[in-house]
Design a binder for this molecule. Structure first.
Ligand code: FSX
Ligand code: SF4
Ligand code: F3S
Length: 391
C-alpha cells in the first residue's frame, strides 16, 4: 500500500471512528498499537487506518474442532470494548459455531452460502485440533468429519489461519498418548499455514495477523513453526519483568514463600519462559493493564505456545535454557532467596574465576545462596522419620 497523506489517514480514521462510535483518537491509538505489535515502522498506522476503513470487510469462516473454545473466549472477553468492536469491524464473521444464532441445517447453509458468496476471498480460521485416528471419526459437525470440513473449507479460502495451540500443533488434545490422533491444520492440509499458538492465544496476535493481511495483501513472516515473527520471535525470558531477579539469583522456591511474594523469578517453580517464544510479557492479556499474563500473576509460564513444551513437559519441571543462559560468572541455579555471602569469599572467588570485581561479588553472593539452598534441598529430600517404612 502506497504512502498516505495525513489528511487521507485522518479522513479514514474519522469514518471508522464514527462507524464504531468511538473517538478518532481512540481509533488512531489502536492503529498505532497494532503497527507497533507488528513491528512496522512509524507511519504504518496510516496504512492500517486506510485498510480498516475500506468498505468491504473480509468474510471469515471460523471452524471449531477439538478444543475448549478458549480462543474465541479470549477474543471476546477483553475488558476494553474497543477491541471487540474493532474485531467485528475489521472482519465479517460469517460462520462461527459458538456465536451464530443459526443451528442445524440453517447453520450448515450459512457456511455453504458464505463460502459460495466469497469464493477465493474468505479467510478460514480453524480453532481446535483435527483427529485423524480411525479415519477421523472422533469429531464431526453437521455429520461431516473435521478432517473433511477443513479440506473442503480451505480449498476456496484466500488464507487459512490456525488459531490456538490445538490447531497449531495438536495442543492439549494431542497430549500423549493422543488417543484420537489429534493433528494440526498444517498436517491435514500438507502445507504451512500461519499458526497463532497459545492456550488461549493473545487476541492481538490474531487481529494483527488479519490486519497485516488486509493492509499488505500478504500474511506476516513466520518462523519454522509457522508462527508470525512479530509475536513469536523472542523468548519470553528475554522480555520478562522478573528477568533481573533471574540474573541476580533471586528465586521463588515454593508458592507463597517470601521470594514468591516479593515477585522473584519463577524458574525454580518450573517457568518455561527460557524455552518459549511469545510476546506475552510485552502485550499482556485482557486489556486490563500491565502484568496481566501468567508470570505477571505469579504462575510459571507453562510454555503453552511451544510445541514440545506446553502439554508435554511437566508443569513444574525446570526449563531447558535455549540461547539465554545465566552469565558465566553466575553459579548454577539452586539459590535460596534472602541469604548472603561474605565479601572475603567474593574477592577470593573473583580472583579464581578471573572475573571482574562486580561479577565476582555477584558470583560469591550467589554461590553463598547456592550452597545454602543445596543444603536445604538435601534436607527436604531426606525421608522424614515418620515416612520411613520397614523393609
Ligand atoms: Fe482452548 Fe482454543 Fe487452548 Fe485449544 O484455544 S484455550 S484448548 S489452544 O483451541 O479453545
Ligand atoms: Fe521470567 Fe520465567 Fe525467565 Fe524467571 S524464568 S525471568 S519468571 S521468564
Ligand atoms: Fe502461555 Fe507462557 Fe504466555 S503459559 S500465555 S506462553 S506466559
Amino acid at each position: 500500500m502506497g504512502q498516505l497523506s495525513l489528511n487521507e489517514a485522518n479522513r479514514a480514521a474519522s469514518r471508522v471512528a464514527s462507524r464504531l462510535g468511538i473517538s478518532r483518537r481512540e481509533f488512531l491509538q489502536w492503529c498505532a498499537a497494532t503497527a507497533g505489535t507488528l513491528g512496522l515502522p512509524v507511519g504504518a498506522e496510516a496504512a492500517i487506518a486506510q485498510s480498516v476503513a475500506a468498505a468491504k470487510r473480509p468474510s471469515v469462516i471460523w471452524l471449531h474442532f477439538q478444543e475448549c473454545t478458549g480462543c474465541t473466549e479470549s477474543l471476546l472477553r477483553t475488558d476494553h470494548p474497543t477491541l471487540v468492536k474493532l474485531i467485528f469491524d475489521v472482519i465479517s464473521l460469517d460462520y462461527h459455531e459458538t456465536l451464530m444464532a443459526a443451528a442445524g441445517h440453517q447453520a450448515e447453509k450459512s457456511r455453504k452460502d458464505a463460502m459460495a458468496a466469497n469464493k477465493g476471498k474468505y479467510i478460514l480460521v480453524v480453532e481446535g485440533a483435527i483427529p485423524v485416528k480411525d479415519n477421523g471419526i472422533y469429531c464431526k459437525i453437521g455429520g461431516h468429519k473435521a478432517v473433511d470440513l477443513v479440506r473442503e473449507c480451505a480449498a476456496d479460502a484466500a488464507a487459512v489461519i490456525a488459531i490456538g495451540s490445538c490447531a497449531s500443533w495438536g495442543g492439549m488434545p494431542s497430549t500423549g498418548p493422543n488417543p484420537s490422533g489429534a493433528s494440526s491444520v498444517a498436517e491435514i492440509l500438507g502445507k504451512t499455514v500461519p499458526n497463532i499458538p497459545g492456550c488461549p492465544p493473545n487476541p492481538y496476535n490474531f487481529l494483527a495477523t488479519v490486519v497485516h493481511f488486509l493492509t499488505f495483501g500478504s500474511l506476516p513472516a513466520v518462523d519454522k513453526l509457522g508462527r508470525p515473527l512479530f509475536a513469536y520471535g523472542r523468548l519470553i525470558h528475554e522480555n520478562c519483568e522478573r528477568r533481573a531477579h533471574f540474573d541476580a539469583g533471586r528465586f521463588a522456591m515454593e508458592f507463597g514463600d517470601v521470594g514468591h511474594r516479593k515477585g522473584y523469578c519463577l524458574y525454580k517453580l518450573g517457568c518455561k519462559g527460557p524455552e518459549t517464544y511469545a510476546n506475552c510479557p510485552a502485550i499482556g492479556f485482557g486489556d486490563v493493564g500491565e502484568n496481566n499474563w501468567p508470570v505477571g500473576c505469579g504462575h510459571p509460564c507453562i510454555g503453552c505456545t511451544e510445541k514440545g513444551v506446553g502439554f508435554t513437559k511437566p508443569i513444574h519441571s525446570v526449563a531447558r535454557m535455549l540461547n539465554v543462559a545465566p552469565p558465566l560468572q553466575y553459579p548454577r541455579i539452586v539459590e535460596e532467596q534472602g541469604k548472603g555471602a561474605s565479601f572475603a569469599a567474593a574477592a577470593a572467588l573473583a580472583a579464581i574465576a578471573g572475573a571482574a570485581v562486580g561479577g565476582g561479588a555477584m558470583l560469591a553472593r550467589n554461590l553463598g545462596l547456592s550452597h545454602e539452598a543445596e543444603q536445604l534441598e538435601k534436607e527436604r529430600a531426606k525421608p522424614k522419620a515418620s515416612e520411613k517404612t520397614e523393609s
